[in-house]
Design a protein around this ligand. Sequence first.
Ligand SMILES: [Zn+2]
Length: 277
Amino acid sequence: MEKDQLFTRRTLLTGVAALGAAGAGGALALGLGNGPARPPAPAPGPPQRSPLKPSAYRLQPLTGYGAPRAAPRQPPVRSEPILRMSGRGRTMLLTFDDGPHPEYTPAILDTLAKYEVHATFFVCGEMADYNRDLLARMYDEGHVVGNHTWSHPQLTTLTRRRIRSEMERTSEVVEKAYGEAPRWFRAPYGAWNRTTFQLGAELGMEPLAWTVDTLDWTTPGTGTIVDRVEEGAAPGVVVLSHDAGGNRSQSVRALRRYLPRLLDSGYHLTIPRRRLI
Ligand SMILES: [Zn+2]
């Protein structure tokens, strides 16, 4: 994509309002957005609001000038992760875990850019630290970066102190390389416990799991990965794939095949937006 096109796209997308579709009762669904999950760059428009008490957020009008960047709202402490999205229409969310990887992640980003689709990357801190340029690219191209711990341990076997370290260090490196701290967290192996929910909320992150597991890490063949995505496709589905942790060339090739077909079927691939409390 040409730079000027990119600029135009980002300028347009940053004006899109965040709309949390689920209320407090919709614990397993998340709100949708059509643009990058970040506040707009300084631009002419309404002045930046002062931080408000959480209860006052309800009263905020829905404009593109959402939560002040300096005062992110702390999400609630959940007892289960979010598994799917609520929202309107045939909307799905693609997520890629364990990267970024210097070979596979750029290939995935190239395909996403070709179709102007945004995705969510749950990165490991130790991978992100060595591939900061890829996090910067993700920011530039409008993708969301989430926290997938530093070294991918099974958190439920660790002390609270170690879990905090795994999560905190990762948020720090993401903030440095991506430009803002992650707002989404995914536990390795889907192994959540109370401590992970508490610490995630303290660090300003919502727990996001998945609906459809491609099991691409077992390298079942490109066709099988494509079939799993296409058979699992449905409104609100969150798809789990991987861009690192082994040979992910099947995952890369599968995306090239299923992405245009999902789009042809009328699906809109998007990124998560923090719901309004
Ligand atoms: Zn993982």
